[in-house]
Design a protein around this ligand. Structure first.
Ligand SMILES: *Cc1c(COP(=O)(O)O)cnc(C)c1O
Ligand SMILES: [Zn+2]
Length: 413
């Protein structure tokens, strides 16, 4: 890989050759992929992008850690829509708001960006089996992307994983284990099994290439906004791999000279599980917390990417904000009703944080903000239905319909 210099430990700065199956540093620290921006500038610019036919995440391949001759196999990941919503911007009293809907990816979450990368690296390294533990989305996306590329999967999810995600896993034919325990215990079992059987490891943080896949969401945002970086980008945070990736994407774009500033990141966690934000707000090291939120995808009490995430928030002069489950529920209905984007609970947590900050006047009124919706609402229909009013019920009779409407105080005209 001519564009990649090495993988470097975020704790002790030790450098490693960027081989396809590299994991963590010998000191236990996680690795970051270091690029040769001087070289990349000679092969990558706005003109190259403009003439590129590939509409998937691989259109940014000069900024991605894959071999020059690799042809990624699998699903069509990336190129998710970004919606400008003047109505919500006005309600929140900010200049511009964009909703980046990553729930439209093939398995309906942003995790597809990381899974497509993991599958590509596993094939580069000659593996035929790939494994991970996950709160649900990384698992279902790995299962789908691996099925498309012809790899076998072993997957571990906590037994609390919502049915929609389990349905995906079963359909994609993964060897699925539902672990009777927390996410932390799920991770631990996957680690032991991966060590024993030698499968390719798609666990976030252990595998430094995952946040490189996830960063393509930020690369797309730059291109979709004509290389005018927004002032703020809101991200739901669990393990921390996503927000680290978002930072990395903007950092890359800045370093190849395509944007003039790196946006300030808004890190949003659930009050019931917020180890990363607690560390940022208290300026201390992170410590484990319980996993007490219904936003299951971000209920990560022991985040494995905390170091990268905390650095991303601080380096971007970011903001950390926690929201309650009720604020998440309310944001879920709000986003669906006001702009037609139906996110899962963790998917709308970023927007819940933005609403909270705007209500506290903590965001300048001339700000341009992007809020990323990280997962689709159909992943967890049980919690979505609980979050809404019952439908009006009636038989095939117009008078009965009108009576029912009246009973629900709905004016029909
Ligand atoms: C995984 C996930 C996140 C958070 O990403 P992390 O890398 O765990 O911080 C947010 N939203 C959804 C829907 C997710 O699946
Ligand atoms: Zn190290």
């Amino acid at each position: 890989m001519k564009n990649v210099k090495c993988c470097k430990c975020v704790k002790c700065d030790k450098e490693y050759e960027a081989c396809a199956n590299i994991t963590t540093c010998e000191c236990g620290g996680i690795l970051d992929v270091i690029y040769d921006y001087d070289y990349i500038k000679t092969i990558f610019n706005k003109e190259v992008l403009k003439n590129r036919e590939d509409q998937t995440m691989w259109r940014y391949r000069e900024l991605l850690p894959i071999e020059a001759d690799t042809i990624p196999k699998g699903l069509r990941v990336g190129n998710s829509p970004i919606y400008k919503t003047d109505k919500i911007a006005k309600m929140l009293n900010i200049k511009e708001l964009y909703i980046k809907d990553d729930g439209i990816n093939p398995t309906s979450s942003l995790k597809d960006r990381a899974s497509a990368m993991a599958v590509t690296k596993a094939i580069e390294a000659g593996y035929d089996t790939i494994a991970c533990s996950s709160t649900g989305n990384a698992a279902s996306s790995l299962a789908g992307n691996a099925a498309a590329a012809g790899l076998k999967t072993y997957i571990f999810v906590p037994s609390r994983a919502p049915k929609g995600k389990v349905a995906q896993l079963l359909m994609f034919g993964s060897n699925l284990t539902s672990v009777l325990g927390s996410y932390e215990e799920t991770f631990d079992l996957s680690k032991k099994a991966i060590e024993k059987y030698g499968w390719y490891n798609r666990n976030a943080a252990i595998n430094p290439y995952l946040s490189e896949g996830k960063k393509t969401v930020a690369l797309e945002i730059c291109e979709q906004l004509q290389f005018e970086a927004p002032d703020f980008v809101c991200v739901s945070v669990g393990d921390g791999c996503t927000i680290a990736g978002v930072y990395k994407g903007f950092y890359d774009m800045y370093n190849v000279g395509l944007i003039e500033k790196i946006p300030r990141l808004i890190s949003v966690q659930a009050e019931g599980c917020c180890p990363i934000n607690t560390a940022v707000l208290s300026n201390k090291d992170w410590t484990p917390q319980e996993e007490n939120t219904y936003a299951d995808s971000i209920a990560v009490g022991v985040p494995r990417n905390a170091d990268k995430a905390i650095k991303a928030i601080k380096d971007s002069n970011g903001i950390a904000v926690n929201v309650t489950d009720d604020e998440i529920r309310s944001a879920q209905r709000f986003l669906a009703k006001e702009c037609g984007v139906f996110g899962e609970p963790a998917g709308v947590t970023a927007t819940a944080g933005l609403i909270k900050l705007c209500n506290k006047n903590a965001i300048p009124h001339d700000a341009t903000v992007v809020s990323i919706v990280t997962g689709n609402g159909l992943k967890d229909i049980e919690s979505a239905i609980e979050n809404c009013n019952e439908p009006v019920r009636c038989k095939n009779s117009l008078p009965e319909f009108e009576a029912a409407m009246k009973e629900h105080n709905i004016i029909v005209k």
